[in-house]
Design a protein around this ligand. Structure first.
Ligand SMILES: CC(C)(COP(=O)(O)OP(=O)(O)OC[C@H]1O[C@@H](n2cnc3c(N)ncnc32)[C@H](O)[C@@H]1OP(=O)(O)O)[C@@H](O)C(=O)NCCC(=O)NCCS
Length: 182
């Protein structure tokens, strides 16, 4: 109730603090429960978010089945973020849906949704920029910055990310295992 009398900037700060703090609760189940029930994230029981995540506008983030979000992810839901099923985000993946218009005299904020399709693997320290679609089964190599859409079953690397290979579409795994607590 007290939230209603706070200025918007304080409300924003408090909600960012609470969602980040929640990311350190030492239980996969409790963390997922809170993300769903307290913060409005859409995530099924089969998916996990490892600790240290920062989730902005979690009520605009939708995660599919058997997906694994690695440690210290940043998921920006402000412009709308959809992550499919059997998606693997390794440690330290940052997905942004908002940015500033560098040419605008008022430095205005623009936003565009991001979609990560089923079976994609974003390896460690990947950065995804607003408006990008990462296709089914695509792989993004460690440290890449993804500025444009990635075709399905394509492996990309570098800054900006460019194709370096193809992945076999014959995928049958299910990311059902996870490490508890952490
Ligand atoms: C994408 C990845 C799986 C390799 O894919 P691959 O198809 O086997 O690629 P290759 O090793 O054959 O490399 C192909 C080319 O891309 C380059 N390349 C590979 N990974 C790269 C990267 N992260 N950044 C830039 N270039 C890269 C290689 O140097 C090679 O270049 P060359 O042809 O000029 O020699 C691997 O590079 C990677 O990023 N692994 C992630 C590791 C990780 O995050 N582990 C933690 C979570 S499990």
């Amino acid at each position: 109730m007290a939230f209603r009398f706070m200025s918007p900037v304080y409300r924003l700060g408090l909600s960012m603090y609470l969602t980040s703090a929640w990311g350190h609760v030492p239980s996969q189940h409790l963390r997922r429960w809170g993300y769903r029930r307290l913060f409005g994230l859409t995530i099924p029981r089969t998916s996990v978010i490892y600790s240290g995540a920062e989730i902005r506008a979690p009520y605009n983030v939708v995660i599919g089945e058997f997906t694994s979000i690695g440690h210290h992810a940043i998921l920006d839901g402000r412009g709308g973020l959809t992550i499919g099923s059997n998606v693997n985000l390794s440690t330290g993946v940052w997905i942004w849906t908002n940015e500033h218009d560098a040419q605008d005299p008022d430095f205005k904020i623009t936003s565009a949704p991001v979609a990560i399709e089923d079976y994609a693997w974003l390896s460690c320290r990947v950065v995804v920029l607003p408006g990008v679609i990462i296709g089914r089964g695509a792989v993004v190599a460690a440290g890449a910055v993804v500025t444009k859409d990635v075709e399905p079953f394509t492996i990309v690397a570098g800054v900006p990310a460019k194709p370096i290979g193809k992945r076999s579409p014959a995928l049958r795994y299910c990311l059902s295992g996870y490490v508890p607590i952490v």
